[in-house]
Unconditional design. Structure first.
Length: 738
């Protein structure tokens, strides 16, 4: 970064992407020997240096692109080599050794693990890599887990916590996430507690006593990273727990927060290495959904786990449908489109999230959605903690359909049945978007991820991220994702995380919708844009993207009728992403403004050595119906789990019965507790079995009546549809009154 002071402006200007710091001391004063040099000679040398620097920057851009391709090829070869070595078996790599270890073989605790998995957690089968990860932890190894959202990371440390005995410490970044996890574990009969800034005195007293004396059962303890790094009392109690041999496992959830290269960097996470320093023989497992190779290496070093076993699962989420929609400049039109989509595709009150850029937008859009009949509320960091918890809980219990939030909402949310995630505004990186959109469909059922893109949103984000290391580069990656009308959306994630591409199976708009895509050469128009920027720079004038479009249309009147402002902005962003133009940032006491300046490849375009092509498509968004509709017995079981959840404020509906379990009960129709136990496990059968069987028998009785009298059945179905509609309307009214 180079900082300079523009005469007469009184504000520091930061320029990114062109100046390199070679570490030497730079003298800003004028050497007396240059006093005799003429002004023209100095100006000429400065111009030559500018040209040379731009050429260097162009070479750097080309090298970075080449580096990305090399990383992609390296990843493909490593994957191929791993597949050959494993002969089809799941393989984990060791961070400190090249030896291949097979963690899928039989271990002495297998039967106990299977029993806890099914009868306590109610999970019928392991998901990919879960069994292998659990075996590595049970063997006392440090483990790094990179697993996509919905892959079942929590079970990887919760199940060993029960099998190993003693106390498992879990470090987690968000209070809402901790509360969800503790509440879910308590519903399963597992002794789990939290120690946070909101914990009451009695809770704190119990936890400290359990840590110090071990008189009470404390299986899993959740804390924030701040508790580890700032509370001497807590660390003292934890040390006593360890000295007594009761600290059995340490889990670092959302571990990407440790790395400054990660998209959710938290300074207190950097201090978590103290846990391995103080308790070197206690196994540690670090888990995250997203981590590039660089972040993985960073985590291993920062957490002091050089010999960890590393499990990297595919980033592919085959049940998610990704799409990008053009965002109107008129706010009302965007909200109308979001509301229409929810009403038409998710009319059964299925849960969703809408992400916005600012807190003000969250409140505005939540209100606009309510006006359009959508049960919605907002969530952001400026809200009172109790209000945030109330909104979160209503949504978790399906009493609220949509949460409109900033990035403050969602990391690690424990709600598997989110059917759609809509981004009203651009995310700041591919990683961030993957993490946020990945909160949909964690139960493995079809879900939808939509991003509304408008070029005018880019400067809003760039002025927020330019100071971050590779912040602009990461932002421009997600812009390329949005601008593409031909490349598979899913393959963009594979490339970013260094994973070989897989077949999309039509689960993104570019792959699913057949359309004529034409590449149009817009080099002549691009030259007009760049010449305008060059002209203004020569006059020492700054121009924003919005101003540039207006000035260009005013100067070239013939373009005004042909090109809309949005189209020019789209081209300007394309030129920035391609390093023909670049963004420069000016700080004021109240804001940071983004200006457009000449980029390293501008001269190549002006000299005719570079062409600019843009994709043009007539692609139409098809209306989709990805709603998971319940009918018959499924509807009754869904109502039952909501009823049980409402009666017990500490149980969420999906904890009572998962959507998959509802489907299995509906298809198999068990007629005894023994048969039901085979579907949902022992614990849930003991708690809810009688009520579930009652619903099954009642449904069977009604079905028999329908078989005997089909005409009566049509009447019953009609009444059922009417009642369901009426109940949905009542729910919406209740939410608005609340």
């Amino acid at each position: 970064m180079a900082a300079s002071k523009t005469p007469g402006r009184g504000a520091v200007v930061a320029s990114y992407g062109s100046d390199a710091d070679d570490g030497r001391v730079k003298h800003t004063g004028v050497d007396p020997a240059t006093d005799s040099m003429e002004s023209e000679a100095i100006q000429e040398e400065l111009q030559n240096l500018d040209v040379e620097l731009k050429d260097v920057q162009g070479q750097i851009s080309a090298l970075i692109e080449h580096q990305d391709k090399l990383y992609e090829r390296k990843s493909e070869l490593k994957t191929l080599l791993k597949a050959l070595a494993a002969s089809g078996s799941p393989v984990a790599s060791s961070g400190g050794s090249s030896a291949v270890e097979n963690w899928s073989e039989a271990f002495e605790w297998d039967s106990r693990a299977d029993d806890v998995r099914f009868n306590t957690f109610g999970i019928s089968t392991y998901r990919a890599n879960q069994k292998e990860i659990i075996n590595a932890i049970m063997s006392g190894r440090d483990v790094l887990v990179i697993m996509a959202a919905g892959g079942g990371k929590s079970l990887c440390y919760q199940l060993p916590a029960i099998l190993r005995g003693g106390t498992t410490l879990v470090v987690s970044p968000l209070l809402s996430l901790i509360q969800d996890q503790v509440m879910g574990l308590a519903a399963l009969g597992i002794s789990a507690y939290m120690l946070t800034s909101t914990s009451g005195k009695e809770n704190e007293k119990f936890v400290y006593k359990a840590l110090e004396k071990g008189e009470d059962d404390l299986k899993i303890l959740y804390v924030t990273p701040e508790k580890v790094s700032k509370s001497k009392r807590f660390m003292s109690k934890l040390e006593k727990c360890h000295n007594a041999g009761r600290l059995s496992l340490i889990s670092i959830d959302e571990a990407h927060c440790c790395s400054q290269w990660g998209h959710d960097f938290r300074p207190d996470y950097k201090n978590l290495s103290i846990l391995k320093t103080q308790f070197p023989k206690v196994p540690m497992v670090a888990l995250t959904a997203t981590a590039t190779q660089k972040i993985q290496n960073d985590l291993i070093e920062m957490l002091h786990i050089p010999k960890c076993v590393k499990f990297v699962s595919s980033v592919n989420r085959p049940n998610l449908f990704y799409s990008v929609r053009e965002k109107s400049a008129v706010g009302k039109v965007v909200v109308d489109e979001i509301a229409d989509f929810i009403r038409e595709s998710y009319s059964n009150n299925e849960s969703g999230i809408v992400y916005c850029f600012s807190r003000k937008e969250c409140e505005q859009i939540a209100g606009d959605l309510r006006e359009r009949g959508i049960s919605a509320d907002y969530y952001h960091a400026d809200m009172d903690v109790n209000m945030r918890e109330k909104v979160h809980m209503r949504w978790s219990k399906n009493k609220l359909q949509v949460i409109v939030g900033t990035v403050a909402f969602g990391m690690g949310i424990n709600k598997p049945d989110v059917r759609f995630v809509i981004h009203h505004s651009l995310s700041k990186s591919m990683e961030t978007y993957y993490q946020e959109s990945g909160r949909a469909g964690r139960d493995g059922l079809p879900s939808e991820c939509i991003l509304f893109f408008r070029s005018a949103d880019v400067p809003r984000q760039s002025s927020m991220v330019f100071y971050e290391y590779s912040g602009l580069r990461n932002l421009y990656d997600i812009v390329r994702y949005c601008q593409s009308k031909t490349k598979c959306r899913r393959s963009a994630f594979f490339r970013h995380f260094g994973e070989p591409s897989q077949d999309c199976n039509g689960m993104c708009d570019n792959c699913a919708l057949s359309s004529e895509v034409e590449e149009v050469d817009v080099s002549d128009l691009a030259k007009l844009v760049v010449s305008m920027v060059q002209e203004m720079q020569a006059k020492d004038q700054r121009v924003t993207m919005l101003q540039l479009g207006d000035k260009l249309r005013n100067k070239h009147k013939d373009l005004s009728a042909e090109l809309k402002r949005d189209e020019i902005e789209h081209l300007v962003i394309k030129l920035i992403v391609d390093s023909v133009l670049k963004e420069e940032f000016q700080h004021t006491p109240y804001s940071t403004n983004a200006y457009v300046t000449m980029g390293p490849l501008a001269n190549q375009l002006l000299q005719g050595r570079k062409t600019i092509k843009m994709e043009s498509s007539s692609k139409q968004i098809k209306k989709s119906k990805r709603s998971i509709s319940f009918s018959g017995l499924e509807l009754k079981l869904d109502e039952l789990r909501k009823e049980i959840s409402a009666a017990d404020g500490n149980i969420l509906p999906h904890t009572v019965l998962s959507t998959q379990q509802i489907g299995s009960i509906s298809s198999q129709k068990p007629d005894s507790l023994q048969e039901l136990e085979k579907i949902i496990g022992k614990l849930k059968t003991e708690k809810y079995g009688d009520r579930i069987l009652e619903e099954v028998k009642r449904h069977d009785a009604v079905s028999e009546q329908l078989v005997e009298d089909p005409a009566k059945g049509e009447t019953c179905k009609s009444r059922s549809r009417k009642r369901a509609k009426t109940e949905n309307e009542v729910v919406l009214l209740d939410e608005e009154d609340a």
